[in-house]
Design a protein around this ligand. Structure first.
Ligand code: LR7
Ligand code: MN
Length: 564
């Protein structure tokens, strides 16, 4: 019995061995050959197409070429204006422009002289879309194929997040297959509306290149955009990197360079903000060096494909839109990676004023997604998020246990570590301050209020009935540096009788931005002029102003919280 069994198993080994040898011979004779021949052939097609585009680009003419604006007139203009609110950009102007238009080379001169390594990892460019218009979507794909050297472009994945516009079905498939018969552009479709976060995960899973590069479906990449990105990731696989985002006008499709040179921050309401590069980072670097950034805007970035999954891809519990950009930013830094902008890589994006798609269930997905992010990553600092979003307290944000598990498994730093080490400039409304919260004049029950003004702008501080802590527009802090400030700006005043309190960029060197307050006298005194802040008979939507100090109810102010 034993002998028999042994003999049978040796027969099996011999058969497996023969099959293996035959397989190797077959592969060597035909398989390998045909694969290599095909690859060579495909690569030839791709290189030829790339060279042809490159050599014709400078001579192109037509509407919108070189990123010039398209201005519609008369009937067309009227038609475009009707479409604008629905599509949130000027589709008619976009449709007039070639899908392969040229864009200006807005890179710094120094970028053009850099010689990048010949051997670089390959890119899978993932373009997610839901009901995107035809011309911006295809212009994104064409720009990638036309401006990425074929040896580095593994594939372009058009990830259709369950669009229901007809032309994005068969028509798109036919267009893609006939335009890129070599298969460099692929369509992958989700089987239900996933939202942009899960759509990106699906795109990343379908990809097989070394590096993932995500783009929105209304971008145009600039000359030489891909090499610096791949070079940086080759140097350091834990670098998650973003191109500089140029501006494509939603109305004229004009491509204009982002002259500013900024990095990403965030507001405590969990919105992305642009911030100046801190001096300490400016000092040590050349213009062309990567610049570290606390956060990213979200849509345009690259990461080593395996690394992207190692650090937890995205939170699949996030719906439709919003919050994922700060989540991946905090997580990358806190779990051992880094986030950078690459000044020599430029990509244009159409900035739209609204979303040309639905939010199923009419949910505030940005709010709920941000709750998930705050609960998983922000430790005790989530209090500052809820200060700005009291309306969200008690809302259901779903199950976050897997994300908490991930944080533990990756042994990530605390949020405080992130603030201290990556973003020390970030102002905490309730740390290093004498007092904070509502600033109330008890006799009128009016509070200082931003009146919803955009805090990136300069504006006069207003007055509004006190909302008892429910309105983030009424949060002010009196800092240890004697600033009376919001998250972004500080109150300033000319210091004359009747002058208003103007919110503008904080500047510690400015004497006109210093204020004194003590909870005994309850006045707010403008240090430089010695004048007092006065309600001066103003009502809702009015403005507090400086007046000579006197003993009057309209000069009494109390802060919601005193810390000393
Ligand atoms: O359900 C959806 N499914 C999708 O596939 C909803 C959207 N999408 C697609 C959509 O077609 C688009 O390609 O997702 C992409 C992003 O949607 P947009 O273009 O409406 O977003 P946005 O440009 O207004 O918003 C920014 O913030 C978002 C937060 O969730 C995303 O991170 C976007 O990618 C991001 N865009 C950028 O960062 C572009 C550069 C901005 C700058 C500077
Ligand atoms: Mn976008």
């Amino acid at each position: 019995m034993r002998v028999f069994r042994r003999r049978r198993s040796s027969v099996v080994y011999v058969l497996i061995g023969c099959a293996f040898v035959l397989g190797v011979i077959w592969y060597w004779q035909w398989g390998a050959d045909s694969i290599f021949v095909m690859t060579d052939e495909v690569m030839r097609v791709r290189v030829k197409r790339f060279m042809e585009y490159q050599s014709s680009e400078a001579g192109r003419s037509g509407p919108g070429e070189r990123g010039e604006p398209v201005v519609l007139l008369g009937e067309e203009k009227a038609k475009a204006e009707v479409l604008m609110p629905k599509e949130a950009f000027n589709r008619l102007a976009s449709d007039k422009i070639s899908l392969e238009r040229s864009v200006p080379d807005v890179r710094d001169q120094a970028c053009k002289h850099i010689v990048y390594p010949r051997q670089l990892p390959t890119a899978s460019v993932v373009i997610i879309f839901h009901n995107e218009a035809w011309s911006p979507l295809l212009r994104t794909a064409h720009s990638v194929v036309n401006r990425s050297p074929p040896q580095y472009l593994h594939e372009v994945i058009l990830l259709d997040d369950f669009s229901d516009k007809d032309f994005l079905g068969e028509d798109l498939r036919k267009y893609v297959e006939s335009t890129w018969p070599d298969g460099v552009v692929k369509i992958v479709r989700t089987t239900e509306r996933s939202g942009l976060i899960r759509a990106r995960i699906a795109g990343a899973k379908a990809a097989t290149g070394d590096v993932l590069i995500f783009l929105d479906s209304h971008c145009e990449v600039g000359p030489g955009w891909v090499e610096p990105v791949l070079t940086r990731i080759q140097e350091d696989r834990s670098a998650v990197v973003c191109p500089i985002v140029d501006y494509i006008d939603a109305n004229t499709l004009q491509y204009s360079l982002n002259g500013g040179y900024q990095v990403g921050g965030f507001s405590w309401s969990m919105h992305f903000t642009w911030e100046n590069v801190p001096e300490r980072d400016k000092a040590k670097r050349k213009y062309t060096d990567p610049v570290r950034s606390p956060t990213m805007a979200g849509g345009l970035f690259a990461a080593d494909r395996k690394y992207f999954f190692e650090i937890g891809a995205y939170d699949p519990g996030m719906d439709v839109w919003g919050g994922e950009n700060l989540e991946i930013s905090f997580r990358t830094w806190m779990c051992g990676g880094k986030l950078e902008f690459i000044p020599c890589s430029r990509v244009g994006h159409i900035f739209r004023s609204s979303h040309p798609y639905t939010f199923p269930g009419n949910k505030d997905t940005h709010g709920i997604n941000s709750m998930r992010l705050a609960e998983v990553w922000m430790d005790e600092y989530k209090r500052l998020f809820y200060t700005h979003r009291r309306d969200l307290l008690g809302q259901d944000f779903g199950d976050i246990s897997e994300r908490l598990e991930l944080r533990k498994r990756l042994n990530c730093h605390s949020f405080k570590w992130f603030l201290d080490n990556v973003y020390p400039e970030k102002f905490m409304p309730d740390e290093n301050v004498h007092a904070w919260g509502m600033v109330r004049n008890p006799s009128s029950n009016l509070c200082m209020d931003t009146l919803q003004k955009d805090e990136k702008m300069v504006f006069d501080m207003g007055l509004y009935s006190c909302q008892n802590g429910a309105s983030a527009n009424q949060v002010l802090s009196l800092s240890y540096k004697d600033e009376l400030r919001r998250e972004e700006g500080c109150l300033d005043s000319g210091g004359k009788d009747g002058d208003k309190l103007t919110l503008r960029q904080c500047n510690q060197a400015k004497a006109t931005m210093k204020w004194k307050h003590d909870k005994k006298k309850n006045k707010i005194i403008h240090e430089q002029s010695g004048l007092c802040v006065d309600v001066n008979g103003e009502k809702n939507d009015g403005h507090p102003m400086l007046k000579p100090c006197k003993d009057t109810d309209s000069q009494i102010w109390t802060f919601e919280h005193y810390l000393d």
